[in-house]
Design a protein around this ligand. Structure first.
Ligand SMILES: [Zn+2]
Length: 149
């Protein structure tokens, strides 16, 4: 199989396009020195070490090249942010669930996104809205609560 540029060279899954500004905002100094490619893609595969790649530019970057921990690579780690704009980790959602019966995360983030207050393209390593990830974290935590009972 010949590698097509939109597929991650490590896991083979199709990466999502991210804007170069996302890499400019989130790469370490050393990674910035290697240059920002024109058409970077984000690999969301959990067990794949590649965070960004650009097939045409023959560039790959791993989590050690990024200044934040990447939720997609640690979806079950409660200390890794899931909403990078408004500082939500799974642990904070769990805490709100315990204290308030349910987390305010989704309603609050939705409200702020609608108001145009989010900064996903420069804060979230996947370069896009976290609401899908929030829903997945909430579903996982709910499942976990049911197992505990
Ligand atoms: Zn990959």
């Amino acid at each position: 199989m010949t590698a097509v540029p939109e597929r991650c060279p490590s896991c083979g899954n199709v990466g999502t396009r991210v804007a170069p500004i996302t890499l400019k905002a989130l790469l370490t100094g050393d990674a910035l020195k290697t240059g920002i490619p024109d058409a970077p893609r984000f690999c969301a595969t959990t067990d794949c070490p590649i965070v960004y790649f650009d097939g045409a530019a023959r560039m790959t970057l791993t989590e050690s090249d990024v200044t934040v921990r990447v939720h997609a690579k640690h979806p079950d780690d409660d200390s890794v942010p899931v909403c990078y704009c408004f500082d939500y980790t799974p642990a904070r959602i769990e805490e709100e669930n315990a204290q308030l019966g349910s987390s305010a995360a989704r309603a609050m983030i939705t409200r702020e996104v609608q108001a145009g207050h989010c900064a996903c393209e420069v804060r979230n390593p996947k370069g896009s809205c976290c609401l899908g990830d929030i829903a997945r974290v909430e579903a996982r935590l709910k499942q976990f609560e049911q197992v505990e009972r």
